[in-house]
Design a protein around this ligand. Structure first.
Ligand SMILES: [Zn+2]
Length: 335
């Protein structure tokens, strides 16, 4: 049975963050499959806008206990190995995306000549999200961890900045990688308005108890023609629907929201942002992990496929072609 608010003072009821009303239906009851921490959490859908979220959910001050020390323990950034794939990526990033050239892509004839390499580049799931060099290249990564993306971008001439809650990860990036990373959350930081050409937020939005003030702050510190890039799980995908309570990216109770293309668009609109496009991130390992959860729950043959990495990669690619990935990338600008 899900816990009731009367039994557990750590829980709170919340209205839909898009509609500001508490009118919802329970879709399923989730539990912490990742760490096995106790508790059952109703996943609800707003009757007005269709937003899927936890309700009731742990109060913000009680959320800390659901992030044990081994949750996303920070990893040191490994140097690139200069393998063939990395060398191809370097050429394409410079020629097509303005990396290392202050945003100037190569002339058309050169890009045409490089088309076969571009095709190879697109076949790697690692390249499913490439942010083109934009403006003066001032980029802020919110929830940047140990600075993997920022370190990579810095190598191509981006002016990189980060915000990270984990003090150990932030300190590592500052001292070992020489990156300006501030500890805390975005609302603690005194950035000037229009400080950034690009703001990146990878797998952060779904964790925020109250995303609206944070999104409005992002709008404020973004340059007028700036770009916001948000990676989130997609509850509207075929994978999420198929796996139900075994969907890896449900991740209760850390994921307080499960957005779809429609609901994330409405949320960003409410914050004064306009969604330009939504693309697929097929680099995620959610399919393998979801199959593992399914195997633990029901057994059967299908979950055994999770151990075949290449098969999983092929499946992810086919799912991406059908635009049904359970991780999406939302590209937005100021409205
Ligand atoms: Zn709603």
């Amino acid at each position: 049975m899900p816990q009731s608010i009367e039994d557990n003072p750590d829980l709170e009821r919340v209205p839909c963050v898009i509609c500001d009303v508490d009118e919802c239906d329970t879709v399923l009851t989730a539990r912490d499959r990742l760490h096995g921490l106790p508790g059952e959490f109703p996943v609800v859908r707003c009757r007005q806008c269709g937003l899927v979220y936890l309700n009731p959910r742990p109060r913000p001050e009680a959320l800390g206990k659901y992030y044990p020390s081994d949750y996303r323990a920070f990893k040191k950034v490994k140097p690139r190995k200069n393998k063939l794939g990395d060398r191809i990526a370097d050429v394409i990033l410079r020629s097509y995306y303005g990396y290392g050239t202050n945003g100037r892509p190569a002339p058309l004839w050169k890009r045409m000549a490089l088309l076969p390499l571009y095709g190879l580049f697109c076949l790697s799931p690692k390249n499913s999200v490439v942010i083109p060099f934009h403006g003066e290249g001032r980029v802020l990564d919110i929830g940047c961890g140990s600075g993997k993306f920022l370190h990579f971008a810095k190598g191509f001439g981006w002016d990189v900045h980060g915000v990270e809650l984990d003090e150990a990860a932030a300190e590592y990036a500052r001292s070992e990688l020489g990156i300006d990373i501030r500890t805390g959350d975005l609302m603690d930081q005194a950035y000037e308005p229009k400080s950034f050409d690009v703001i990146r937020m990878s797998h952060v939005l779904e964790h925020l108890p109250d995303p609206m003030p944070e999104l409005r702050r992002i709008r404020e510190i973004l340059e007028d023609d700036g770009l916001l890039v948000v990676m989130i799980p997609n509850v509207g995908s075929a994978l999420a629907r198929r796996f139900g309570g075994c969907w890896f990216a449900l991740d209760a109770p850390r994921h307080l929201y499960s957005f779809s293309r429609e609901t994330v668009t409405r949320l960003l609109e409410k914050a004064g942002l306009r969604v330009e496009r939504i693309t697929q991130d097929w680099n995620a390992c959610t399919l393998r992990q979801s199959l593992r959860y399914l195997g633990k729950e029901r057994g059967g043959l299908l979950p055994k496929l999770a151990k075949f990495k290449r098969l999983m990669r092929l499946a992810n690619m086919l799912i991406a072609i059908q635009r049904q990935c359970d991780v999406i990338v939302v590209w937005a600008r100021k409205a």
